[in-house]
Design a protein. Sequence first.
Length: 204
Amino acid sequence: MDLPSIAMQRAVEQLSHLPGVGKRSALRYAMHLMNMSDSDVRDFADAVLRLKSDVHHCHICHNLSDSDTCTICASSKRQRGVICVVENVQEVMAIENTQQYRGLYHVLGGVISPIDGVGIHDLTIDALIERVRNGQPDPVDEVILALPTTMEGDTTNFYLHKQLAPLGVKITTLARGVAIGDNLEYTDEITLGRSILNRVPFGG
Protein backbone atom coordinates (compact mmCIF):
# COMPACT_ATOMS: atom_id res chain seq x y z
CA MET A 1 0.00 0.00 0.00
CA ASP A 2 1.72 3.19 -1.23
CA LEU A 3 0.79 6.35 0.65
CA PRO A 4 1.68 9.98 -0.14
CA SER A 5 3.20 10.45 3.34
CA ILE A 6 6.21 8.57 4.70
CA ALA A 7 5.05 9.25 8.29
CA MET A 8 1.59 7.87 7.50
CA GLN A 9 3.16 4.85 5.79
CA ARG A 10 5.24 4.13 8.89
CA ALA A 11 2.23 4.47 11.20
CA VAL A 12 0.18 2.09 9.03
CA GLU A 13 3.01 -0.45 9.00
CA GLN A 14 3.31 -0.38 12.79
CA LEU A 15 -0.45 -0.59 13.38
CA SER A 16 -0.73 -3.52 10.97
CA HIS A 17 1.56 -5.53 13.27
CA LEU A 18 -1.30 -5.78 15.77
CA PRO A 19 -3.16 -9.12 15.67
CA GLY A 20 -6.21 -9.07 13.41
CA VAL A 21 -5.33 -5.69 11.91
CA GLY A 22 -4.78 -5.63 8.15
CA LYS A 23 -3.41 -2.75 6.11
CA ARG A 24 -6.87 -1.27 5.44
CA SER A 25 -7.82 -1.30 9.12
CA ALA A 26 -4.41 0.09 10.03
CA LEU A 27 -4.91 2.96 7.59
CA ARG A 28 -8.33 3.68 9.11
CA TYR A 29 -6.81 3.75 12.61
CA ALA A 30 -3.94 5.98 11.46
CA MET A 31 -6.38 8.42 9.85
CA HIS A 32 -8.42 8.47 13.04
CA LEU A 33 -5.32 9.19 15.13
CA MET A 34 -4.32 12.00 12.78
CA ASN A 35 -7.72 13.62 13.27
CA MET A 36 -7.54 13.42 17.06
CA SER A 37 -6.39 16.41 19.12
CA ASP A 38 -2.70 16.68 20.00
CA SER A 39 -3.43 16.05 23.70
CA ASP A 40 -5.48 12.92 22.94
CA VAL A 41 -2.72 11.53 20.71
CA ARG A 42 -0.14 12.22 23.43
CA ASP A 43 -2.33 10.45 25.99
CA PHE A 44 -2.73 7.50 23.61
CA ALA A 45 1.02 7.26 22.97
CA ASP A 46 1.81 7.61 26.67
CA ALA A 47 -0.62 4.83 27.59
CA VAL A 48 1.04 2.49 25.06
CA LEU A 49 4.55 3.34 26.30
CA ARG A 50 3.48 2.73 29.90
CA LEU A 51 2.42 -0.80 28.96
CA LYS A 52 6.11 -1.62 28.67
CA SER A 53 7.45 0.50 31.51
CA ASP A 54 4.78 0.24 34.22
CA VAL A 55 3.03 -3.12 33.77
CA HIS A 56 4.72 -6.07 35.47
CA HIS A 57 4.03 -9.72 36.17
CA CYS A 58 3.10 -10.55 39.75
CA HIS A 59 6.04 -12.39 41.36
CA ILE A 60 3.61 -14.85 42.97
CA CYS A 61 0.98 -15.75 40.36
CA HIS A 62 2.38 -14.10 37.18
CA ASN A 63 -0.80 -12.11 36.58
CA LEU A 64 -0.45 -8.56 35.27
CA SER A 65 0.15 -5.93 37.92
CA ASP A 66 1.32 -2.36 38.43
CA SER A 67 3.50 -3.53 41.32
CA ASP A 68 5.53 -6.57 42.35
CA THR A 69 2.42 -8.23 43.83
CA CYS A 70 -0.97 -8.09 42.11
CA THR A 71 -4.11 -6.93 43.91
CA ILE A 72 -5.54 -10.47 43.97
CA CYS A 73 -2.49 -12.01 45.67
CA ALA A 74 -2.32 -9.07 48.08
CA SER A 75 -5.98 -9.29 49.10
CA SER A 76 -6.84 -10.69 52.54
CA LYS A 77 -10.41 -11.34 51.36
CA ARG A 78 -9.50 -14.18 48.97
CA GLN A 79 -9.57 -17.92 49.74
CA ARG A 80 -5.81 -18.15 50.01
CA GLY A 81 -5.64 -21.95 50.14
CA VAL A 82 -7.14 -22.38 46.65
CA ILE A 83 -5.15 -21.80 43.44
CA CYS A 84 -6.76 -21.75 39.99
CA VAL A 85 -4.22 -22.60 37.27
CA VAL A 86 -4.88 -20.85 33.95
CA GLU A 87 -3.11 -20.50 30.63
CA ASN A 88 -2.92 -16.70 30.39
CA VAL A 89 -3.96 -13.43 32.02
CA GLN A 90 -7.04 -13.09 29.78
CA GLU A 91 -8.47 -16.17 31.50
CA VAL A 92 -7.92 -14.62 34.93
CA MET A 93 -10.04 -11.70 33.71
CA ALA A 94 -12.68 -14.07 32.30
CA ILE A 95 -13.02 -15.98 35.59
CA GLU A 96 -13.02 -12.79 37.67
CA ASN A 97 -15.89 -11.46 35.53
CA THR A 98 -18.07 -14.39 36.65
CA GLN A 99 -17.81 -13.17 40.28
CA GLN A 100 -18.06 -16.84 41.31
CA TYR A 101 -14.46 -17.49 42.34
CA ARG A 102 -12.69 -16.03 45.39
CA GLY A 103 -9.43 -17.96 45.43
CA LEU A 104 -5.99 -17.15 44.00
CA TYR A 105 -4.49 -17.84 40.58
CA HIS A 106 -1.38 -19.13 38.87
CA VAL A 107 -0.77 -18.09 35.25
CA LEU A 108 1.29 -20.63 33.31
CA GLY A 109 1.95 -18.39 30.33
CA GLY A 110 0.82 -21.08 27.87
CA VAL A 111 0.32 -24.83 27.66
CA ILE A 112 2.70 -27.64 26.76
CA SER A 113 2.80 -27.83 22.96
CA PRO A 114 5.87 -29.51 21.41
CA ILE A 115 4.62 -28.78 17.89
CA ASP A 116 4.76 -25.06 18.74
CA GLY A 117 8.06 -25.39 20.54
CA VAL A 118 6.53 -24.81 23.98
CA GLY A 119 8.02 -27.11 26.59
CA ILE A 120 7.70 -27.53 30.35
CA HIS A 121 10.48 -25.06 31.10
CA ASP A 122 8.91 -22.36 28.91
CA LEU A 123 6.03 -22.15 31.39
CA THR A 124 5.80 -21.22 35.08
CA ILE A 125 5.21 -24.84 36.10
CA ASP A 126 8.27 -25.04 38.39
CA ALA A 127 7.09 -21.93 40.24
CA LEU A 128 3.64 -23.52 40.75
CA ILE A 129 5.14 -26.76 42.09
CA GLU A 130 7.35 -24.84 44.52
CA ARG A 131 4.42 -22.68 45.56
CA VAL A 132 2.39 -25.77 46.50
CA ARG A 133 5.31 -27.72 47.99
CA ASN A 134 6.54 -24.91 50.21
CA GLY A 135 3.13 -23.44 51.05
CA GLN A 136 4.40 -19.98 50.21
CA PRO A 137 3.07 -17.38 50.58
CA ASP A 138 0.14 -19.48 51.91
CA PRO A 139 -0.49 -23.21 52.50
CA VAL A 140 -2.36 -24.68 49.51
CA ASP A 141 -5.37 -26.98 50.03
CA GLU A 142 -6.70 -27.20 46.45
CA VAL A 143 -5.41 -26.65 42.93
CA ILE A 144 -8.03 -26.11 40.22
CA LEU A 145 -6.81 -27.01 36.73
CA ALA A 146 -8.65 -24.52 34.50
CA LEU A 147 -6.78 -25.02 31.24
CA PRO A 148 -8.29 -25.16 27.73
CA THR A 149 -10.15 -28.36 26.84
CA THR A 150 -7.76 -29.06 23.97
CA MET A 151 -5.15 -31.76 23.42
CA GLU A 152 -2.45 -29.36 24.62
CA GLY A 153 -4.51 -28.32 27.63
CA ASP A 154 -5.18 -31.92 28.59
CA THR A 155 -1.49 -32.82 28.16
CA THR A 156 -0.59 -29.99 30.53
CA ASN A 157 -3.31 -31.09 32.98
CA PHE A 158 -1.93 -34.63 33.08
CA TYR A 159 1.62 -33.41 33.62
CA LEU A 160 0.55 -31.07 36.43
CA HIS A 161 -1.49 -33.82 38.08
CA LYS A 162 1.53 -36.12 38.00
CA GLN A 163 3.70 -33.47 39.66
CA LEU A 164 1.14 -32.25 42.21
CA ALA A 165 -0.47 -35.52 43.33
CA PRO A 166 2.52 -36.63 45.50
CA LEU A 167 2.28 -33.32 47.40
CA GLY A 168 -1.06 -34.37 48.91
CA VAL A 169 -3.03 -31.40 47.60
CA LYS A 170 -6.62 -31.73 46.37
CA ILE A 171 -6.67 -31.47 42.56
CA THR A 172 -9.86 -30.50 40.72
CA THR A 173 -10.74 -29.45 37.21
CA LEU A 174 -13.55 -27.42 35.71
CA ALA A 175 -16.88 -29.17 35.16
CA ARG A 176 -17.24 -29.79 31.47
CA GLY A 177 -19.75 -27.06 30.96
CA VAL A 178 -16.92 -25.54 28.95
CA ALA A 179 -17.04 -27.12 25.51
CA ILE A 180 -14.09 -29.17 24.29
CA GLY A 181 -11.86 -27.01 22.12
CA ASP A 182 -13.05 -23.73 23.66
CA ASN A 183 -10.78 -21.14 25.24
CA LEU A 184 -12.03 -19.66 28.53
CA GLU A 185 -11.45 -16.18 27.14
CA TYR A 186 -14.40 -16.68 24.75
CA THR A 187 -16.70 -18.65 27.05
CA ASP A 188 -19.83 -16.86 28.24
CA GLU A 189 -19.77 -15.83 31.89
CA ILE A 190 -22.73 -17.97 33.01
CA THR A 191 -21.21 -21.19 31.64
CA LEU A 192 -17.79 -20.32 33.02
CA GLY A 193 -19.22 -19.43 36.43
CA ARG A 194 -21.12 -22.73 36.65
CA SER A 195 -17.98 -24.62 35.61
CA ILE A 196 -16.05 -23.01 38.45
CA LEU A 197 -18.77 -23.74 41.04
CA ASN A 198 -19.30 -27.33 39.86
CA ARG A 199 -15.63 -28.29 39.51
CA VAL A 200 -14.90 -32.01 39.93
CA PRO A 201 -11.90 -34.07 41.10
CA PHE A 202 -9.24 -34.50 38.43
CA GLY A 203 -8.94 -38.18 37.61
CA GLY A 204 -5.43 -38.07 36.15
